[in-house]
Design a protein around this ligand. Structure first.
Ligand code: NAI
Length: 342
């Protein structure tokens, strides 16, 4: 079976080739992202495989259906880039629900430590034999309060890591599920947290979770961590928050307008995005380009699960990792475990 593999990167193609051989899948690796203009490149394929910044909107879904594509395999956990409602009945959508929550949670802590201990500055200094300590004073994490938004797989691991550092923890989740965690309202979390880390999905409800209206509720000097999805934070409001000193630091692995920039080398080009350019210019902002997932362990698991999902579809087996617009809606989800969504 042939799979059009959009937005292919050199760090993943060897693994997918290996798992493809094992499961009888031939991947057609495409450098371009999936959108309405590139959907036709899937012609002659039986399936499509996409990542976080491929835009699977209604038009793209119709074009893929016209090309007789029956299944879309997300090689990621988040699915905010897919119009699931429109896909229902046309395209089965499978994903990798979990690969390594440790990869993302550990990267989040790496960003936090880099920020509070000024490692990014020290690294650049010592490379130029500047051994001065001026301006490198950090702060202890021990005793500080971290507010975790979304205590699912990644949020839970991040909470545990923070506890290991002797931090106090509070959490906000629409569906609180962890024992021994102090769940509070979003407002209380904003008021109490020295560090806020976002680990909830991007939905209509969580869009701009941190925005202009929320800024006044934040503790002055708060450190914001976002390794979830860019649009959880209104980037322009964040810039204002930094300039007005409400936000003490921001560590971003994701950015709301990342899709045309992240995962690419644009260092030889003029950056058109003034908000991102200004954020990156700030001494208290650290940006990584959606790399929190990028560990050997996670890549292996992503390739394995994606190949298994596709193989199950082609063999007509139940699709354990299928998604539809009903999935996740506790009261409405009709999918019985190990069946298909439609
Ligand atoms: P998960 O599904 O295990 O946990 C999500 C949690 O968010 C759940 O506890 C859920 O109840 C909660 N939640 C849902 N709606 C909410 C709302 N409106 N307000 C507050 N909480 C809400 O997901 P997991 O695996 O922990 O991933 C979290 C997010 O991390 C994903 O949605 C994805 O966007 C992002 N991610 C980022 C990666 C990166 O490389 N930067 C890699 C993998 C995931």
């Amino acid at each position: 079976m042939k799979v059009a593999f959009y937005d292919a990167k050199d760090y993943e193609t060897p693994l997918f080739r290996r798992y493809g051989e094992k499961y009888g899948l031939t991947f057609k690796f495409l450098e371009t992202k999936l959108n309405a203009d590139t959907a036709a490149l899937a012609r002659g394929c039986d399936a499509v495989c996409v990542f976080v910044n491929d835009d699977v909107n209604a038009e793209v879904i119709d074009r893929l259906s016209a090309e007789k594509i029956g299944v879309l395999a997300l090689r990621c956990a988040g699915y905010n880039n897919v119009d699931l409602r429109h896909a229902f009945g046309k395209l089965h959508v499978v994903r990798v629900p979990a690969y390594s929550p440790y990869a993302v949670a550990e990267h989040t802590m790496a960003l936090l430590l880099t920020s509070v201990r000024r490692i990014h500055k020290a690294y650049n200094r010592t490379r130029e034999f500047n051994f001065s300590l001026s301006g490198l004073t950090g702060s202890d994490l021990h005793g500080k309060t971290v507010g975790v938004v979304g205590t699912g797989k990644i949020g839970k691991v991040f909470l545990e890591i923070c506890r290991g550092f002797g931090m106090k923890t509070v959490a906000f989740d629409k569906f609180p599920s962890l024992e021994g965690v102090e769940y509070v309202t979003a407002d209380e979390l904003f008021r109490r947290s020295d560090v806020i880390s976002l680990h909830c999905p991007l939905t209509e409800e969580t869009y701009h979770f941190i925005g202009r209206e929320t800024l006044p509720s934040l503790k002055k000097g708060v450190i914001l961590l976002n390794t979830s999805r860019g649009a959880l934070i209104d980037a322009e409001a964040l810039l204002e928050g930094i300039k007005s000193r409400i936000v003490g630091a921001a560590c971003l692995d994701v950015y709301e307008e990342e899709s045309d920039l992240f995962f690419r080398d644009v260092s030889g080009h003029i950056l058109e995005d003034d908000v991102l350019a200004r954020l990156i210019s700030m001494p208290n902002v650290i940006v990584t380009s959606h790399q929190a997932f990028l560990t050997e362990e996670a890549l292996e698991e992503i390739a394995k699960t994606t190949a298994e999902n596709l193989a199950a579809y082609f063999k007509g087996e139940p699709l354990e990792n299928e998604l539809c617009y009903n999935c996740g809606s506790v009261e409405e989800c009709r999918k019985k475990r190990r069946e298909k969504c439609f």
